[in-house]
Design a protein around this ligand. Structure first.
Ligand code: GLN
Length: 202
């Protein structure tokens, strides 16, 4: 059975553990560098990206995480997790209203804009077709979500909002969504990631 970690420093860890297990992989929480070693894949949950980076530093996970992503580990980042996977963070006007983020784990050739859709009260849902997810569009839940401001040549946009903001991207074994599929009971995004993990194992 494939083992997929969920970075458990902060955020909606339990929801991802449940969704991964329902999608047929063994899900384990990760808080220590040694726990990164035997993973086939990793999920970076939603939460507060600035807090997760701070805790990753304190727990000595920042460099080991970067090394695993750079080494080709399949990683899925949801919301704050998308920010953590981005190579670049736009610190423009729309990103204001919180602390800045001084670094990420990187890996995805994208620029993200934090809190791009507005404040907490502006959280919303929308049906979004995602390339690689068969069937009906996914009911996407956005909570103080980022959007992808720019998609670099190495990454591919696989889903956008009705008004054209990119909210799902893929790059080799890396997947990121601005929204939270772990909150809707629809397992298809986790199933797509589980398939990516299986494919990378060959
Ligand atoms: N606004 C959060 C951040 O910038 C992300 C919110 C979420 O993960 N739901 O990290």
């Amino acid at each position: 059975m494939l083992t997929v970690g969920v970075l458990a420093l902060q955020g909606d860890v339990r929801e991802h553990v449940r969704a991964l297990e329902a999608a047929g992989v063994d899900a384990v929480t990760v808080r220590r560098p040694a726990e990164l070693e035997h993973l086939d894949g990793l999920v970076l949950p939603g939460g507060e990206s600035t807090t997760i980076v701070k805790l990753a530093r304190i727990f000595d996970l920042l460099e080991p995480l970067r090394a695993r992503v750079a080494g080709g580990l399949p990683v899925y980042g949801s919301c704050a997790g998308m920010i953590l996977l981005a190579d670049r963070v736009d610190t423009g006007a729309a990103a204001a209203g919180g602390d800045g983020i001084d670094t990420t784990f990187g890996g995805l050739d994208i620029t993200v804009r934090r809190n791009a859709f507005g404040r907490q009260v502006d959280s919303f849902e929308q049906d979004i077709a995602i390339e690689g997810v068969p069937g009906e569009p996914v009911r996407a839940v956005f909570i103080r979500a980022p959007w992808v401001q720019q998609v670099g040549p190495a990454a591919t946009a696989i889903g956008s909002t009705a008004d054209g903001h990119v909210v799902a991207v893929r790059q080799g074994p890396l997947l990121a969504t601005s929204f939270h599929p772990e909150m809707t009971g629809d397992l298809r995004v986790h199933a797509l990631f589980a398939q990516m993990v299986a494919d990378s194992r060959g």
